[in-house]
Design a protein around this ligand. Structure first.
Ligand SMILES: *[C@@H]1O[C@H](CO)[C@@H](O)[C@H](O)[C@H]1NC(C)=O
Ligand SMILES: *[C@@H]1O[C@H](CO)[C@@H](O)[C@H](O)[C@H]1NC(C)=O
Ligand SMILES: *[C@@H]1O[C@H](CO)[C@@H](O)[C@H](O)[C@H]1NC(C)=O
Ligand SMILES: *[C@@H]1O[C@H](CO)[C@@H](O)[C@H](O)[C@H]1NC(C)=O
Ligand SMILES: *[C@@H]1O[C@H](CO)[C@@H](O)[C@H](O)[C@H]1NC(C)=O
Length: 483
């Protein structure tokens, strides 16, 4: 608190000092207060004119970096001899004004190129009706850009330009929930500083480019909900910092590359809803930190590999509808962190290992629609604790003595094939884990929160030293001019 107050105070002083200085400089002709370069200021006006419905924006915000701020604009003081403000961040989204202030014909102005200090450009929920695309000349030339997030813009269409590879400082590229199509350009692998790549929920086609292995700093890769096809490149194994891979809901085929076992930091691996086949490679045993292993709806048509019982950190394992055959592993009872195990809609045979009932954290066990048989020997406590979240329906060979007297809903299929339907609302459908909010990438919501709350102050801190020096300089300057 104290430092942020101090920095506000100091900036206030500095702004005053700058303005007095500039006013003095201009005092010969018209009295003009200028705290930005005119080209940059007019560039910003153009950019907002192309985006916002408010045609008076420029009039209402003649000094967007100082006197007349707007929540979606952030500035920093440059290093020049005469310190000036530069626009470093533009953010437009429902958190700034709801509904977002964009006009129907919102578009990108070429004047974005007049903002050479721009580090963050984030536009959410803005391009809704009239189609807009990413112009190669524009988006390949914002050389200071570190963070480009254009999410939830249904009218943002066309291809991802190759020229994005020119953005050598880019660390975050998020183009999620738009209508982008075409292939992922292989040039994307040249953005070597990139840490987060999110292209989910578009209509991208073609293969995951081999060149993706060039982005060696990547921690998050999300290409889910597109139409990607072909095989996964083995170069994924080069991305040693990856914590999260989500390639779910595409049309990716072939085998799971064994090279994924090299990704020692991986916490989440989601390859569900694809066309992957064959064995799960043994190399994945090396994923010591894996917590979410999600492969459901892939025609693996294989057995459950033994090593899965040794991925000690696993919390969620989902292998539903994978054509699995063979038996359940007794070693699953070693997975002390496991909270959700879904193996439903496979062709698993044999009995249910009673040791599964010893897993303290297990809160969902779905073994429904398999070929399991024998007596259910799960402990009564366990059955009672899970209630409806224990689903063993649709296994015609299972039988139970009437030990579960309590009013719990273990849904057992009878020899008659009759299935007790789950009551809606009571069955816990498996949801996408909200790992996003606590572990890796802050979700969009967090990002928005961050930019509207803390964001305005955070840039001040590193600049405090510069500001103090400048203050010192100005105080000398003023004391001299008073003499
Ligand atoms: C996605 O792209 C394919 C062609 O690649 C096209 O046929 C389809 O209509 C597109 N879907 C959407 C939702 O735009
Ligand atoms: C069950 O799995 C098969 C493939 O093994 C799949 O075609 C079917 O859609 C799945 N059923 C459900 C309800 O997911
Ligand atoms: C178990 O999986 C089936 C689909 O195979 C689903 O219909 C059912 O709701 C699931 N049960 C629970 C408790 O999640
Ligand atoms: C069992 O639950 C049903 C409704 O789910 C209720 O009507 C019944 O009274 C309960 N029986 C006991 C013994 O608690
Ligand atoms: C099995 O089916 C019979 C009738 O076919 C029924 O009386 C019995 O309650 C059923 N048992 C279970 C556990 O659903």
């Amino acid at each position: 608190m104290a430092t942020s107050f101090l920095s506000y105070f100091l900036v206030g002083l500095l702004v005053l000092a700058c303005e007095v200085n500039l006013a003095q400089r201009n005092s010969g002709d018209e009295f003009e207060i200028l705290d930005m370069e005119k080209v940059e200021l007019l560039g910003l006006f153009d950019v907002f004119d192309a985006l916002l419905g408010d045609s008076d924006w420029a009039k209402d915000h003649p000094q967007p970096c100082s006197e007349t701020p707007w929540p979606g604009v952030e500035c920093e003081i440059g290093q020049e001899e005469t310190p000036l403000f530069h626009v470093t961040k533009i953010h437009i989204g429902p958190d700034i004004l709801n509904p977002p202030p964009c006009k129907n014909s919102a578009t990108f102005s070429n004047s974005l190129l007049k903002l050479p200090y721009l580090k963050t450009l984030s536009i959410f929920n803005c391009f809704l009706t009239s189609e807009v695309s990413l112009s190669p000349s524009l988006f390949g030339s914002l050389s200071s850009l570190e963070h480009l997030a254009l999410d939830s813009n249904p009218a943002l269409t066309g291809e991802i330009p190759k020229s994005l590879a020119n953005l050598a400082s880019l660390r975050v590229l998020s183009l999620s929930q738009n209508s982008l199509n075409g292939e992922i350009p292989k040039e994307i692998g040249e953005i070597v500083m990139l840490e987060q790549l999110d292209l989910s929920y578009n209509n991208l086609s073609g293969e995951v480019p081999e060149a993706i292995g060039g982005m060696e700093k990547l921690t998050i890769l999300d290409l889910s909900w597109n139409s990607l096809e072909g095989q996964l490149p083995s170069s994924l194994g080069q991305l040693h910092f990856l914590q999260k891979i989500d390639l779910s809901s595409n049309k990716i085929m072939g085998k799971i590359p064994p090279q994924l076992g090299k990704l020692k930091s991986l916490v989440l691996l989601d390859l569900s809803n694809n066309l992957l086949s064959g064995q799960i490679p043994e190399t994945l045993l090396d994923l010591d930190h894996l917590e979410y292993f999600i492969l459901d709806h892939n025609p693996l048509n294989t057995e459950i590999p033994n090593f899965l019982g040794h991925l000690k950190m696993l919390q969620t394992m989902s292998l539903s509808s994978c054509g699995l055959v063979g038996k359940l592993l007794t070693s699953f009872s070693l997975l002390q962190h496991l909270s959700s195990l879904s193996l439903d809609n496979n062709s698993l045979t044999g009995t249910i290992p009673p040791s599964l009932g010893t897993l303290q954290n297990l809160d969902l066990l779905n073994l429904s629609h398999n070929l399991l048989s024998g007596e259910v020997l799960l402990s009564e406590d366990f059955v009672e604790r899970l209630g409806k979240r224990l689903d063993i329906r649709g296994n015609s060979g299972l039988c139970t003595r009437n030990v579960y007297q309590k009013n719990v809903s273990v849904c057992l299929n009878n020899a008659s094939g009759e299935v007790e339907p789950p009551r809606s609302g009571e069955t816990l459908a498996w949801k996408k884990p909200d790992y996003e909010s606590d572990r890796t990438e802050p979700s969009d919501k967090n990002r928005i929160k961050e930019s509207s709350a803390g964001g305005g102050v955070s840039w001040l801190k590193p600049n405090l030293l510069i500001i103090l020096c400048l203050l010192y300089f100005y105080s000398i300057f003023f004391s001299m001019s008073c003499m």
